[in-house]
Design a protein around this ligand. Structure first.
Ligand code: ADP
Ligand code: MG
Length: 610
């Protein structure tokens, strides 16, 4: 007997939905993108229970004919491409014809749609891929989608959804990514009868201002500098923050051809331009929009992925950097000398990109060179630290630093030497008020004073949190923390963990909180900065769960409380740090940064030759 058969469409669609529609936010993205593709000028989003009960999107776009309304829900039904070559010339957000079929498979849908040229519109009801009702209706031009009871027939998925506040935060983030690149469309966003955003059609700069007007970033637009570059391969427009507006938590957005994207490599390009102007903890705001011929980017964009591949990323890196430097230079915020010294290319807007010399510095790593081979055995315990804190090195800059140090010192994560200062009698001193330097038999030891102290504090705070022994310190004049809506939602979720770490926070208005007590370690630090740091880091890394939050809280508190770079240390303070870090048996901070490095004796001798 043959055993292979084709799956019924409803089952195939449900499987596809598992990929495309993971949560209410993905549903919102698909619907709003369809509205934009339909040329809508006004889009309203209405939510109930963070999209769980109802997710409604109303647009004034082209609408659909009676037949198309039916067709739209078929798998691979799309009006946007007809053959494979169209894939290389995409100008719409959607093209796979998968979204509606997927949503229909896992929800109950009511759709009303009418084209301007039609007298009557169409009402369609679908439940789990089956049309349950279809009839003509009187309605406005455009399309009105109601997605009800998302995942009602996939209990596993429904259970997998996070709390309403998490899902709402995801929805808001998705909404930001759309409205920040469509300023000529007006948007309304209502959640449980409360208007969270009412954004009229406006200039891009005004849109940025409107989006963040209710948050602590009010006035953001006045802190932005224009960026513009036009070359034959790419056009770059947008805004970057003045260095003085940099924050620990910045708004960072890249868009390409009207689509939000994440791009760690270009992010690094931005950071490099600012690196001499900001401390390593400050991040600049940026809203950067690339326009590029569709054939120069990877079209087969997975609906849930936001990374986009460009044909020539190094070239674009150069153009981007030149544009940013020009903008910062024009606004006289950086001394022009800086550019001369670096001998950077300056791209006048008319220059053909072909002529630009690409000169990306490369770090070569000599993997053979390892003066620490004799330490290998001992260093195996380093791995334990990693498991202990589940650190994730995401920051490109850290990786680069590490590669550089590893190249110099011949170590790498698994072979880095552990420190044994037990028999060292020499006196430590400070280099650049940032590193503690100690001559040892094996070479010259450098310890980053801030990182060393922060790591020790981290371990201590984690221990106290574990045993519920964090010391709380009341503040005399409680400060008020004004948050954006998404940050406020997150803060409320993390209240227990924050309290356990020593923060006492009271909600005084929807997005405002008073900070009444702080962990004792923070006696001089600004608690608002620390809290914002925690929220931002959690949002950025997308981590959730008690363990991840505790890690983040301890990390931010310890960083804020640790001895800063730039502080002059007494001999005893230095000795104490050296001893404790040596006992801690770890080379890296809980977030993966190198704490110390040994400039080996061999290297020093080599410097002088025979
Ligand atoms: P895709 O967007 O990839 O084409 P979808 O499943 O999202 O696939 O949508 C299928 C089709 O339904 C679209 O190609 C479009 O023709 C039509 N459609 C969907 N939403 C709308 C809308 N809001 N207004 C007009 N047409 C729409
Ligand atoms: Mg679509």
């Amino acid at each position: 007997m043959d055993i292979i058969h084709l799956l019924p469409d409803s089952v195939a669609n449900q499987i596809a939905a598992g990929e495309v529609i993971q949560r209410p936010a993905s549903c919102l993205k698909e619907l709003v993108e369809n509205s934009l593709d339909a040329g809508a000028k006004r889009i309203e989003v209405i939510l109930r229970d963070a999209g769980r009960t109802l997710l409604q999107v109303i647009d004034d776009g082209s609408g659909m004919s009676e037949t198309d309304a039916r067709m739209a829900f078929e798998r691979h039904a799309t009006s946007k491409i007809s053959n494979a070559s169209d894939l290389f010339n995409l100008h719409t957000m959607g093209f796979r014809g998968e979204a509606l079929a997927s949503i229909a498979a896992v929800a109950q849908i009511e759709m009303i749609t009418r084209r301007e040229s039609d007298e009557t519109g169409t009402l369609l009801e679908i439940s789990a891929s089956r049309v349950t009702r279809q009839e003509p209706v009187q309605c406005a031009t455009g399309t009105n989608f109601k997605i009800k009871n998302l995942f009602f027939n996939v209990p596993a998925r429904r259970r997998f959804l996070k709390t309403n506040s998490t899902e709402l935060r995801n929805l808001i983030n998705e909404f930001y990514r759309i409205v920040l690149v469509n300023p000529d469309v007006s948007f309304l966003f209502v959640s449980d009868d409360e208007v969270l955003f009412d954004l009229p059609k406006s200039s891009l700069k005004q849109r940025i201002e409107n989006v963040f007007s209710k948050s602590s970033r009010r006035g953001l637009a006045s802190q932005l500098i224009d960026v513009h570059a036009e070359t034959s391969i790419v056009t770059i427009n947008g805004y970057i923050g003045k260095p003085e507006a940099a924050q620990k938590q910045a708004q960072e957005y890249f868009f390409v051809n009207g689509r939000y994207m994440r791009h760690p490599y270009f992010h690094k390009a931005v950071m490099t331009v600012y690196q001499d102007m900001l401390t390593h903890e400050q991040m600049p705001h940026y809203f950067i929009y690339f326009t590029i011929s569709p054939e120069l980017i990877d079209v087969n964009i997975h609906p849930t992925k936001t990374e986009i591949k460009f044909a020539d990323e190094q070239m674009i890196w150069q153009i981007l950097q030149a544009a940013l430097k020009e903008s910062l230079g024009k606004f006289n915020v950086t001394p022009s000398l800086m550019f001369d010294r670096e001998g950077d290319i300056d791209i006048p807007s008319s220059v053909n990109a072909q002529n630009i010399k690409v000169d990306v510095p490369q770090v070569t790593i000599n993997t053979q060179y390892n003066p620490f081979t004799e330490h290998r055995q001992r260093s195996e315990s380093v791995a334990g630290w990693e498991n202990l804190y589940d650190r994730r090195v995401t920051n490109e800059k850290i990786k680069e630093e590490k590669a550089y140090a590893d190249m110099l010192f011949g170590g790498n994560e698994s072979t880095a030497p552990l420190l044994n200062t037990a028999n060292v009698s020499s006196t430590p001193c400070q280099y650049k008020e940032r590193y503690i330097v100690l001559p040892m038999a094996e070479g010259m030891l450098f310890i980053d004073q801030h990182r060393a102290h922060a790591s020790l504090l981290y371990a201590q705070i984690r221990e106290q949190m574990q045993s519920g022994k964090c010391v709380m310190q009341q503040v005399l004049f409680p400060e008020v923390l004004d948050l954006s809506t998404d940050d406020a939602v997150l803060l409320l979720q993390m209240t227990d963990e924050l309290h356990n770490a020593g923060f006492e926070i009271t909600q005084i208005a929807r997005n405002s909180f008073s900070v009444d007590a702080v962990p004792a370690e923070l006696n001089n630090g600004n608690p608002l900065v620390v809290l914002l740091d925690i929220l931002h880091a959690v949002t950025e890394t997308g981590v959730s769960g008690v363990e991840a939050w505790n890690h983040r809280i301890a990390l931010s508190v310890s960083e804020a409380a640790a001895i800063p770079a730039g502080k002059v240390l007494g001999e005893n303070e230095m000795r104490d740090l050296v001893e404790r870090i040596s006992a801690a048996e770890t080379v890296y901070t809980p977030d993966g940064k190198r704490i110390y490095a040994l400039l080996p004796d061999e290297a020093i001798v080599k410097l002088f030759g025979k």
